[in-house]
Design a protein around this ligand. Structure first.
Ligand SMILES: Cc1cc2nc3c(=O)[nH]c(=O)nc-3n(C[C@H](O)[C@H](O)[C@H](O)COP(=O)(O)OP(=O)(O)OC[C@H]3O[C@@H](n4cnc5c(N)ncnc54)[C@H](O)[C@@H]3O)c2cc1C
Length: 217
């Protein structure tokens, strides 16, 4: 029997706790099946020989008071490569590069590669974005002088600074992205448990069904 770091005690909606018949021990248990947890399940499930369990409820069909909220219960997330911080720019760029691959693998489309613009009032902030654009070789363009021709339907002030990323930027559907990551994770053997975790306990109680060598919250 391997050493358990923290078996999980699940919250059972019936109110009565069930005894576990057989304990399932995973290399990694991820708590929270939202945007981060689902992506983590997908990526970790690709590590050879690693068993992964993702725990968390689906989006509720009807929202009630006190229900756990997930930041992915909607259809719009902006994504672009050029950000103020270098780390953010690198992570965004790497994520966007993988979107089509995950879509192909799962047959679920979540990414619209329609471009993005950022509007800034402060010249210093705009210049730091331009620097980041260069550093990332992201091919964004300064359209501060011509936005009116490109986007006649916008009404920005004349002294606004605008950076346009025509490609490798746009928006995603967080709902569909979560679904795609979970589908890909399932394809790689992840077990998904649709429960709310209420307690994480040390390893010496035989009553709990799910356990992990590592727990990611
Ligand atoms: C309206 C809105 C607009 C946003 N726009 C953007 C944007 O344009 N671009 C961008 O990059 N980011 C945006 N964000 C931020 C982005 O959505 C979040 O950073 C991201 O969803 C965080 O991921 P997460 O997995 O940490 O949390 P979530 O996606 O919220 O997932 C957490 C999950 O954990 C589950 N959970 C919680 N407690 C438990 C428990 N006890 N047991 C089991 N499961 C549990 C929840 O059910 C949920 O599914 C936006 C957020 C919101 C709300």
């Amino acid at each position: 029997m391997p050493t358990l770091l923290a078996p999980l005690h699940q919250h059972w909606h019936s109110g009565k706790q069930k005894m576990a018949s057989t304990k399932k021990v995973f290399d990694l248990v991820i708590i929270g099946a939202g945007m981060m947890g689902s992506a983590a399940a997908y990526h970790s499930s690709q590590i050879p020989g690693t068993s992964v369990c993702l725990v968390g409820p689906s989006e509720p069909k009807v929202r009630k008071e006190h229900e756990i909220f997930g930041c992915w219960f909607d259809e719009g997330r902006i994504c672009c490569r050029v950000h103020e911080k270098h780390t953010w720019s690198v992570l965004s760029s790497r994520s966007i590069q993988r979107y089509r691959e995950i879509e192909k693998q799962t047959g679920l489309n979540f990414y619209s590669n329609v471009g993005n613009i950022q509007c800034l009032e402060k010249k210093e902030e705009f210049e730091s974005l331009l620097q980041m654009n260069q550093q990332m070789t992201a091919s964004a363009e300064d359209v501060s002088k011509k936005w009116n021709d490109i986007y006649p339907f916008f009404n920005f002030p004349d002294d606004i600074y605008i950076l346009q990323e025509k490609v490798n930027a746009g928006h995603i559907s967080p709902r569909e992205q979560v679904r795609a990551h979970q589908t890909a994770a399932l394809q790689h053997g992840t077990e998904i448990v649709r429960k709310i975790v209420s307690t994480v306990t040390p390893a010496d109680n035989p009553d709990y069904k799910y356990a992990g060598h590592r727990i990611l919250f």
